[in-house]
Design a protein around this ligand. Structure first.
Ligand code: PEP
Length: 249
């Protein structure tokens, strides 16, 4: 199974649902390949409820981006908990995106977010990734292992966790890793996950960072990559559809 997960970030108003409607129609019509992949879109919180309702029992699954790190309800102005997100129909949640890490998410907060999301039956897309300096100093593996170890543990159910490897230097820059490096990194991440989760289900690891309809063909042969987290290119139905088409054709 491959995942094509769109992260809309701070984009979208109610009528932007037409973008998803076109993607949904494409997936429905893509009979030859559509059993091989899942499409998940994470709009901003303001749109999760209406979109989740509209796409209930259709091809597109709806998730949310980020959540507060404390459970359920509390005196936290402006905060939204996993329980609240689940209650409006989201099925997935992105946790640990570098945007949020750079805005103050600590490992302790991320651990709480992951656990609370899983407790509320959301599937977690947990993002990890090194910055440019880590890469230059050859610290990528060390950074990734630390990010994983400090948030995930064997008591969690790996079945409900997807890890998205998103090098920070690649997000929104048009730069993508060399295929060989990406393959090695993906294999390394899977090794770390297998060490933690032992005989639990095989880990699912996505790549994210500047994926578009032109460069997607470079990822086709990298079998270890279970799918993609797509930012900018997920805001256009045509780009998103072309990513799926060019991946399979
Ligand atoms: C992201 O922010 O998760 C992302 C992958 O962005 P982009 O595809 O625009 O690089």
């Amino acid at each position: 199974m491959r995942y094509f997960i769109g992260n809309w970030k701070m984009f979208g108003v109610p009528k932007s649902i037409s973008i998803l409607d076109k993607i949904n129609k494409f997936v429905k019509s893509d009979k030859k390949f559509n059993k091989k992949y899942k499409v998940v879109i994470t709009p901003p919180h303001t749109l999760v409820q209406s979109y989740a309702k509209f796409f209930l029992n259709k091809k597109i699954l709806i998730g949310a981006q980020n959540c507060f790190y404390k459970d359920n309800f509390g005196a936290n102005t402006g905060a939204i908990s996993p329980l609240m997100i689940k209650s409006i129909g989201a099925q997935y949640i992105i946790v640990g995106h570098s945007d949020n890490r750079s805005e103050g998410d600590t490992d302790v907060m991320l651990k709480a977010k992951v656990e609370s999301s899983l407790n509320n039956k959301l599937k977690v897309v947990f993002c990890i990734g090194e910055n440019k300096e880590h890469k230059i100093k050859n610290k990528t593996f060390e950074v990734l292992e630390n990010q994983i170890q400090s948030t995930l543990n064997e008591k969690l159910n790996l079945k409900n966790i997807i890890v998205a490897y998103e090098p920070i230097w690649s997000i929104g820059t048009g730069q993508i890793p060399e295929p060989d490096d990406l393959l090695k990194t993906t294999i390394f991440i899977k090794k770390v996950l297998k060490k933690i989760f032992k005989k639990q289900k095989s880990p699912i690891v996505l790549y994210g960072g500047s994926v578009d309809s032109k460069n997607i063909s470079q990822f086709k042969k990298l079998n270890e990559i279970d799918g993609f987290l797509i930012g900018g290119a997920s805001k256009s139905d045509q780009n998103f559809i072309d990513i799926i088409k060019n991946y399979y054709r």
